[in-house]
Design a protein around this ligand. Structure first.
Ligand code: APR
Length: 281
């Protein structure tokens, strides 16, 4: 291990404490946010290199904003599509995703609630994943409600069209409709199966998240600023139900004052230390 990877001594104490809590009170339920996918090359939303810096949420974070941006700034809209598709298509699971899947296999983790739409938890082998903000690779027909998977190959082919010159709004609209967003069953319009600002959460998905939160004695919160509701409410629901809260994040968040144990570390490094049994002997 390089010296770069060795955390200060006091951090090891916190990792040991988390290890003890998880083994004594587990299995845990986990809440993840954008920070866990940083090592896979996906930027966070609110960090200095965050998505919202280049593509502000007022224009790109909700449906009316996206329609406005498409109509008024088609070139900007095209770069948003290109950058997001490229990022998601290229990403592969990192140590955090793999180690969480390992914890589940060891019976120490009963489920992951994720705000991420990148599908990397499932790609790493996690079985019980509750996607509260949807999935980038899924579309849903607005008319017949049929759900489909958008294959990485189809997205890569579409990406090729976006890489060159600006297409202009008419051609871009036609391409989007023809290549991605027409329902093969009813011919209706499909939309990405993701929750944008102002959209309600899927009721049964939310119920499943609440159930996980209430049925575990430990909640591990990783890589989220814990600022977006209603998801940011989940750790507080867990706490009221008597759960121990552990947060791993290099930067303190809105949740930090309420947790039982805060580990100021990246999720990959902290989990490597947590899962490595020998360090805890
Ligand atoms: N390991 C752990 N945490 C990290 C790492 C890392 N390597 N790198 C960054 N972080 C932390 C940051 O310190 C920050 O607290 O990840 C958090 C990312 O916060 P946000 O960008 O706000 O992302 P998130 O909390 O997932 O956003 C919630 O907001 O815009 C909406 O729908 C979107 O699901 C998203 C929701």
């Amino acid at each position: 291990m390089s010296s770069h990877n060795i955390p200060p001594k006091d951090l090891l104490t916190e990792h040991k404490e988390a290890f003890r809590i998880i083994h004594e009170r587990g299995p845990v339920c986990v809440l993840t946010g954008a920070g866990v996918s940083v090592d896979s090359g996906i930027p966070t939303f609110r960090g200095t290199d965050g998505l919202w810096r280049q593509y502000p949420p007022s224009l790109f974070g909700h449906t009316p904003g996206l329609i406005f941006t498409f109509a008024c700034f088609p070139k900007w809209f095209q770069s948003f599509l290109r950058d997001t598709i490229k990022t998601f298509v290229q990403a592969t699971p990192n140590d955090t995703h793999t180690l969480l899947a390992t914890l589940e296999q060891q019976g120490l983790l009963s489920g992951i609630i994720t705000q991420n739409v990148d599908q990397l938890h499932q790609d790493a082998g996690s079985q019980h994943v509750v996607e509260v903000h949807g999935n980038f690779f899924r579309s849903v027909c607005k008319t017949c409600k049929r759900q489909d998977t958008l294959s990485k190959d189809a997205l890569r082919a579409f990406l090729n069209e976006l890489e060159g010159q600006p297409l202009g709004r008419i051609k871009l609209f036609k391409k989007l409709k023809q290549d991605l967003f027409t329902c093969p069953s009813c011919g209706g319009a499909r939309r990405p199966d993701m929750v944008f600002f102002g959209d309600p959460l899927d009721t049964s998905t939310w119920q499943e998240a609440i159930c996980l939160v209430k049925h575990n004695k430990v909640m591990l919160v990783l890589g989220t600023s814990a600022t977006v509701y209603p998801v940011a409410e989940l750790p507080h629901i867990a706490r009221e139900a008597g759960a121990t809260l552990i947060e791993i994040n290099p930067t303190p968040t809105a949740l930090t004052p309420f947790v039982d144990l805060y580990i100021p570390d990246t999720s990959s490094r902290a989990l490597r230390l947590l899962v490595d049994d020998e360090r805890h002997c």
